[in-house]
Design a protein around this ligand. Structure first.
Ligand code: ATP
Ligand code: MG
Length: 442
């Protein structure tokens, strides 16, 4: 992509209500545009990141055996009357009436709708276990939308829903999501710590929130440093191995980790002092077993192998896809701007032509641009007439992992400068070696 043909409205003007660094950087880099309180347009640069995250979330859900579908944003109130939640949900629900006077709502979550789909089609144990998910916009009329897309009113969530015959089955489905989340966040380049969360009406231990450590986090976090070093299950993890699933949970839950809501100062002080971490955290995911909370009132029953009708046991599993864009920036930036993990970066590499009006320079840069594209890399090519300094600053600000610079001196020696954004390291290389370095082949 040539910058002169792209839409990248970088700006210095940041409103005073943008108090956290990710919000400021997302506005400055032209990733988002606020359209109303807690409502945003995703401009091209931000949209690219959002899509990358969505794709990684999808791949990891699929790997864990979940099946993707898509439910609408607008729902019928009657469905929520079925579950009893229409009156309970309160002010966060955006209620709408259509021209026929029917009560509708903009979905804040989809338990009712998925349970309705399930009860319509699934009648037998043979279809179980089943886990269905989608990635869809939600609306919650938050009292205080703030921090940009971190706490929006309209936001993108991945929500998965599992269906099992009994609690034992539901536990396995839960653990699959637990492991899948660890792999997902690992691929997104962030450390998300699972923490015991409020179990709600059913009780039990099957409720975890996943938090990323960051100064601006809304929750206070207390944990044992060791939990940060447990590696993710990895791409080869066997989701059908029940013992391995249990082991992934145990490996982490044996270390203390809690948000302020669940904090136990006595247990925390039992950890050796040098291992105690007190920090702030951002909730990026929440997994939850709720038993028959929806299947009972909504009559989602299936026939067991012995012929008996049983009410299914469910769980729901959310990831804040749009919140993650901001959370990743909170966890990965410096004074010059964003530092994208390669897996979610809007482009793989930036290319700066220092003198696009100088023919040898622009020919060299054009050839390099072609070479990078041919290697399958997604390139943002700054071919604009701006000053070199402004170009460098803009590239640092938008935070692509690699930046190549072509200038008159390098053209003479046949070399380009390759800069690694995270470390700041610079090295002069031939175009061929530079591409190999970016692809990680040398
Ligand atoms: P929070 O405690 O932050 O309000 P929640 O517990 O109400 O979130 P869940 O219902 O568990 O949220 O939703 C699943 C995920 O969706 C959360 O872990 C979070 O990452 C994301 N999320 C929830 N509310 C918002 C919001 N207003 N804006 C952006 N993302 C959100
Ligand atoms: Mg939650």
């Amino acid at each position: 992509m040539r910058l002169t043909r792209f839409f990248l409205p970088v700006t210095k003007d940041v409103p005073s209500d943008a108090t956290i660094v990710s919000h400021q950087l997302m506005l400055r880099t032209g990733m988002i545009r606020q359209n109303g309180a807690g409502i945003y347009s995703w401009l091209p640069l931000g949209f690219r990141v959002l899509k990358k995250i969505e794709q990684i979330v999808r791949e990891e859900m699929d790997r864990a055996g979940a099946i993707e579908l898509l439910m609408p944003t607008l729902q019928q109130a009657d469905l929520w009357r079925d579950s009893g939640r229409y009156d309970d949900y309160g002010e966060e629900m955006l209620r709408i009436r259509d021209r026929h006077g029917r009560d509708m709502l903009y979905g804040p979550t989809n338990e009712e709708m998925i349970t309705d789909i399930f009860r319509t089609y699934v009648k037998s144990y043979k279809a179980l276990p089943l886990n269905l998910y989608h990635q869809q916009w939600k609306f919650r009329d938050e009292v205080r939308p703030r921090f940009g897309v971190m706490r929006g009113r309209e936001f993108l969530m991945k929500d998965a829903y599992s269906f099992d015959l009994d609690e034992a089955g539901a536990r396995v489905s839960y653990q699959k999501m637990f492991a899948a989340y660890l792999n997902t966040f690992d691929r997104l380049g962030v450390k998300a710590i699972p923490m015991q969360a409020d179990p709600g009406p059913i009780g039990g231990d099957l409720s975890h929130e996943f938090l990323i450590l960051a100064k601006s986090g809304e929750s206070a976090v207390f944990c044992d440093r060791e939990v940060l070093d447990v590696p993710a299950p990895g791409a080869d993890f066997d989701f059908s191995d029940h013992e391995a699933l249990q082991a992934e949970t145990d490996k982490r839950t044996r270390f203390y980790a809690a948000t302020d809501e669940k904090h136990d100062p006595e247990a925390f002080s039992a950890i050796p002092e040098e291992r105690r971490v007190e920090a702030r955290g951002i909730e990026v995911g929440h997994i939850f077993y709720f038993g028959t909370k929806y299947s009972e009132p909504m009559k989602a029953d299936v026939q067991r192998q012995d012929g008996q009708l049983v009410t299914i046991h469910g769980g729901s599993y959310g990831i804040g896809v749009s919140r993650l864009v901001a959370a990743i920036i909170e966890a990965s930036h410096d004074e010059n701007g964003i530092i994208w993990p390669a897996s979610v970066s809007p482009f793989d590499v930036g290319l700066i032509s220092m003198k696009p009006d100088d023919e040898p320079v622009s020919n060299f840069a054009d050839a390099l641009y072609e070479r990078l594209n041919a290697a399958g890399l997604d390139v943002l090519y700054d071919d604009s007439p701006d000053r070199a300094g402004a170009k460098f600053n803009r590239m640092d600000l938008i935070g692509l992992p690699w930046v190549l610079t072509v200038g008159p001196r390098g053209v003479k020696s046949g070399q380009v400068e390759l800069k690694h954004r995270a470390s700041g390291e610079k090295i002069d290389l031939s175009p061929e070696d530079a591409v190999a370095r970016i692809l990680g082949m040398d």
